[in-house]
Write a protein that binds this ligand. Structure first.
Ligand code: ZN
Length: 291
């Protein structure tokens, strides 16, 4: 990759007692997700799916924060061509304007999260610190979310003139009113609130996050493999029958209307409030808040 930063070791992979730990490893940028990380995550998930010794997959982030969202800083690499794995699409880097954005995000954001949500083994997001925007998408694509007591969540994209992140799970992961509050304020909400709303399975002290997650994973790992796969599929299909998939597709179109509106107004696909107003409006989350 012809950039001044390295993507070496961007995702770590380790199997402990039939649990694959997939760890985002960009702690210096709060595990902001660039394309290289997206595909390294996908490689790791494929490896875990293909390994019969792996029963459960844990997605984690090294360092203080789980993930500050999609990389919109100097280490972003969204202009580069990359493989298409989640949907059959052309190379976005050969396209322009809305066509570029729609093809890229169909593959790398909506498509990848859907692909990971359908992994035929149980997945657990192990979340500490910030879990913001694109980070929320990663956590939402997992079956369980285990949060440490210092974890907090936010989707500040409305502040940026966007209708919500690409994998629009808000009304399902929360409930419609809470989803609106999350979006309309852009505020962080702490692990406890996320737990009360049913988005988080368990909250544990920061120091026991990994032990707790391993214990839970080990218990699930003893369950009959195929029944787990089918149970997961049954819940996912039920959600889709309730309209989740269709709702996400509709929201994805609106997300791209927002990108196009911003681009038409200013030339930047991110619009809305400037950084100063965002800071005044409330806590703006980590520096690398998603789009
Ligand atoms: Zn977008």
């Amino acid at each position: 990759m012809e950039a001044s930063f390295s993507n070496e070791g961007i995702v770590e992979y380790e199997v402990i007692d039939r649990i694959a730990f997939v760890r985002m490893n960009r702690p210096d940028v709060s595990n902001a997700q660039n394309s290289a990380m997206t595909y390294a995550l996908d490689d790791a998930f494929q490896r875990a799916v293909n390994d019969d010794n792996v029963a459960v997959i844990v997605l984690a982030g090294n360092g203080k924060h789980f993930s500050a969202g999609h990389d919109i800083g100097p280490t972003r690499d969204s202009h580069l061509p990359f493989e298409r794995r989640s949907v059959l699409y052309f190379d976005h880097s050969t396209r322009e304007a809305a066509e570029l954005r729609y093809s890229r995000e169909s593959e790398a954001y909506l498509g990848m999260c859907r692909r990971w949500a359908e992994i035929p083994k149980p997945t657990i997001a192990m979340v500490q610190g910030a879990c913001i925007a694109g980070g929320l998408m990663l956590a939402w694509s997992c079956d369980f979310i285990i949060a440490s007591d210092d974890a907090f969540f936010s989707d500040p994209t409305v502040r940026m003139g966007i209708s919500g992140v690409e994998y629009f799970d808000h009304p399902w992961a929360l409930n419609p009113r809470a989803a609106k509050e999350l979006l309309f304020t852009g505020d962080r909400f702490p692990a406890q609130r996320a737990y009360e709303l049913g988005m988080v399975n368990h909250i544990v002290p920061r120091e026991s996050l990994e032990t707790f997650t391993r214990d839970l994973g080990s218990r699930i790992a003893t369950m009959p493999r195929f029944a787990l796969t089918l149970a997961k599929k049954a819940v996912n299909l039920s959600y889709d029958a309730m309209g989740r998939r269709t709702g996400m597709d509709a929201a994805f179109g609106l997300h791209h209307l927002a990108h196009a509106h911003n681009a038409e107004l200013t030339g930047d696909i991110i619009g809305g409030m400037d950084v100063k107003s965002m800071k005044l409006q409330g806590k703006s989350g980590a520096e690398r808040d998603d789009k």
